[in-house]
Write a protein that binds this ligand. Structure first.
Ligand SMILES: *Cc1c(COP(=O)(O)O)cnc(C)c1O
Length: 451
């Protein structure tokens, strides 16, 4: 009855898995925001290093992970796989529950898996400074950590609501030498325009992305980095699922159900894509479920169309499930899941019925988080707890039916900086936002037209 399944450090995967190679029909290309024509590599060169642009469009099944990147990943990888024996006992379920724990990285989430890789390629191509946005601060702190290790400067535009309410992530960025400002900020044209209209706006990820992209495009030797959504980000996260498959095999288990929370889609991609590959190649029938917040339900309620990644319409248009680029989601406590769109790769899998999606309200999410923390000890991030809610529901279904299913989920990070949201849950003051149908309908009227 093993509880913790660990791999040796030389078993960190040597390649990332690129699911584009296994699509029956190609991914719809990104479109230029002004011309409406497919984006070419040269359109992206002002803000991304060449190697990441290559990976974004790459059709090879595997991409080598550079040795220097693997060396840094050994700081916390391979991450442990846990069997949640205590949670199983508490739930009295015949299901077997396993989770991959990504909270062991120094910033405390899965995001450094790509922050390290992205910073490495920027450093290799002579870039000296990276600008980015962050919602609740997990991505900003991950990039601050990575840029510090490689000696690059970092500027983070942090969604104002979180900047004011969640100071600890901002302090972490400061420790790792990054400059973090609340967004919208007076430092960019996009920020100034929004402040002029609404000086008290809490901001949004879409606004902060506009600021960071503008910063990168208007400063020499500065690039932009995104912590989710893009193909290369999903690619870098696939080490999670590859490790998990090895670890399950060491316990002589195979997953019947794989569950991940989905904000922009990257951690879900990371745990899920290697299992999707097996469903395609080996005809396994693993059920693969993305879980999103009911207040920001892009996969379950959005449209699969071209939309901008940001509010100002500066980014290429991506074909994805979207709620509209100017939709500002209600202030739920899982800041990392408040994004209007979904990764094109994850969106396509959903459109092709290779995965399923469901949405959950935050009070039931925190109930699951507390149950998990009391059984397993680890206090999960509210984002991760979205997956846990559905894991518990599935395990309880197994109790009804007597099925001994094996459930794997991605526990993406710890919730040590989210304790005030736990406090609000215990005090009974967390609202369950209704699905904001009117706001979404309004925002969907502003979708760009793509021929
Ligand atoms: C950012 C974040 C998420 C959601 O982002 P994805 O790109 O959808 O993975 C989930 N969990 C944690 C802990 C995060 O920091």
């Amino acid at each position: 009855m093993k509880t913790k399944i660990i791999l040796d450090e030389n078993e960190i995967p040597k390649k990332w898995y690129n699911i584009q190679a296994d699509f029956e029909t190609p991914l719809s290309p990104p479109m230029h925001p002004q011309t409406g024509k497919p984006v070419g590599p040269s359109d992206l060169e002002p803000i991304f290093p060449k190697e990441l642009i290559r990976q974004e469009m790459c059709q090879d099944r595997y991409v080598d992970i550079p040795g220097e990147v693997r060396d840094i990943l050994t700081l916390w990888r391979p991450s442990p796989l846990f069997r949640a024996h205590n949670l199983e006992r508490v739930l009295k379920t015949p299901a077997k529950i396993y989770y991959k724990y990504e909270g062991v990285s120094p910033p405390g989430s899965h995001k450094p898996n790509t922050a390290i890789a992205q910073t490495y390629y920027n450093m290799k191509e002579g870039i000296e400074r990276i600008a980015t946005e962050t919602g609740a601060g997990q991505w900003g702190s991950s990039l601050a950590f990575a840029t510090q290790l490689f000696g690059l400067e970092c500027k983070v535009y942090m969604v104002r609501g979180s900047y004011d309410q969640k100071p600890y992530r901002k302090m972490m960025m400061q420790v790792w030498g990054a400059e973090c400002v609340p967004s919208p900020s007076p430092d960019t044209n996009s920020g100034r325009a929004i402040l002029a209209k609404d000086p008290n706006t809490p901001g949004s990820l879409g606004i902060a992305i506009s600021e960071a992209v503008e910063d990168a495009a208007t400063h020499d030797n500065t690039n932009y980095a995104l912590g989710s959504v893009l193909n290369h980000v999903c690619l870098h996260q696939t080490i999670i699922g590859q490790e998990a498959q090895k670890q399950l095999a060491m316990d002589e288990a195979t997953a019947d159900i794989v569950i991940g929370s989905a904000g922009g889609g990257s951690n879900f991609a990371g745990i899920a894509f290697p299992f999707v590959k097996d469903n395609i190649d080996k005809k396994t029938e693993t059920e693969i479920i993305a879980v999103e917040p009911a207040a920001c339900p892009s996969l379950t309620k959005g449209l699969y169309v071209y939309d901008f990644g940001d509010v100002a319409g500066l980014t290429p248009m991506l074909k994805m499930f979207t709620l509209g680029h100017d939709f500002i989601p209600p202030s739920i406590h899982a800041g990392g899941l408040r994004y209007h769109g979904m990764a094109p790769l994850v969106s396509k899998l959903h459109a092709d019925n290779l995965i399923t999606a469901t949405s959950v309200h935050q009070n039931r999410v925190f109930e699951a988080a507390a149950t998990f923390a009391r059984a397993e000890g680890i206090i999960p991030a509210p984002e991760a707890a979205h997956a846990i809610r559905v894991v518990i529901d599935k395990a309880l279904e197994c109790k009804q039916t007597g099925e001994e299913k094996t459930i794997l989920f991605n526990n993406t990070g710890h919730g040590h900086f989210d304790l005030s949201s736990y406090e609000a849950y215990f005090a009974g003051t967390l609202p369950d936002y209704e699905y904001p149908a009117d706001l979404i309908a309004e925002s969907l009227k502003n979708l760009p037209h793509v021929a």
